[in-house]
Design a protein around this ligand. Structure first.
Ligand SMILES: O=C(O)COP(=O)(O)O
Ligand SMILES: [Mg+2]
Length: 224
């Protein structure tokens, strides 16, 4: 049985932070170094929640990336790490939304698939994200989303039950992980969706078109 929420867990890329410009710049740097054609902003943007592997597959094609995966991935991560925060910004309304949640006493956490080294390098540039209670990254455990374990681990760290948590994310694997963890799931529709994905088919409990809609939803729920 779902209970009134005590904690809200968030995906990072595409949900709290608009990191696509820096991820895309890193991809294009590696493509240039390898003598390949660059990818335009509107294309790479939609793949930004699919991480390094998703972006490199987009840029090099499945076969060529698979043939040289370790080297290309290392080059991408080095390029990204060297300019990780140059153009990344909080999505509009995130700062206000987080501060309202915290004022209302909700615990807040990040559960991202981004590797910890990159996450720890990036977060200090965004003050509102440093006040969050727990951060779980893609390599914190041996499994990552869509596996539910990182979400359950975050709940454990927050000392709340899974059914007292909401999970907000922009990718299908976020919704699947949240559902498998027994959490209430919220799809951030303003995030990154690839042209071949059909988010309407994802089993999210709620959908928000902007961050402010999350606080409105939680308010409605407490009044009900
Ligand atoms: O870096 C990734 O794999 C994507 O990160 P996310 O889980 O915060 O969207
Ligand atoms: Mg995401």
């Amino acid at each position: 049985m779902k209970q009134n929420p005590k904690a809200v867990l968030f995906d990072l890329d595409g949900t709290l932070l608009d990191t696509a410009p820096d991820l895309g710049a890193a991809l294009n740097q590696v493509l240039r170094e390898e003598g390949r054609a660059e990818v335009s902003n509107d294309i790479y943007r939609s793949y930004a929640s699919h991480g390094a592997n998703g972006l490199l597959t987009l840029g090099f094609g499945e076969q060529d990336y698979a043939a040289d995966q370790a080297r290309l991935r290392a080059a991408f991560l080095a390029a990204y790490s060297a300019a990780i925060h140059h153009h990344s910004v909080l999505f509009p309304g995130i700062e206000e939304m987080l501060s309202e949640l915290q004022q209302q006493g909700y615990l807040c956490a990040i559960v991202t698939n981004k590797p910890s080294q990159l996450t720890q390098q990036l977060l200090p540039y965004f003050a509102p994200l440093n006040a969050l209670d727990v951060v779980v990254c893609g390599d914190t455990l041996s499994v990552a989303k869509p596996h539910p374990q990182p979400l359950l681990y975050a709940a454990e760290q927050l000392a709340v039950e899974a059914n007292q948590c909401w999970y907000v994310g922009d990718a299908e694997r976020d919704i699947l992980a949240g559902r498998a963890a027994g959490m209430t799931t919220v799809l951030a529709e303003y995030g990154y969706i690839t042209p071949d994905e059909v988010p309407a088919q994802w089993p999210a409990d709620h959908r928000i078109a902007e961050p402010a809609a999350l606080t409105a939803l939680l308010r409605q729920l407490t009044l009900a």
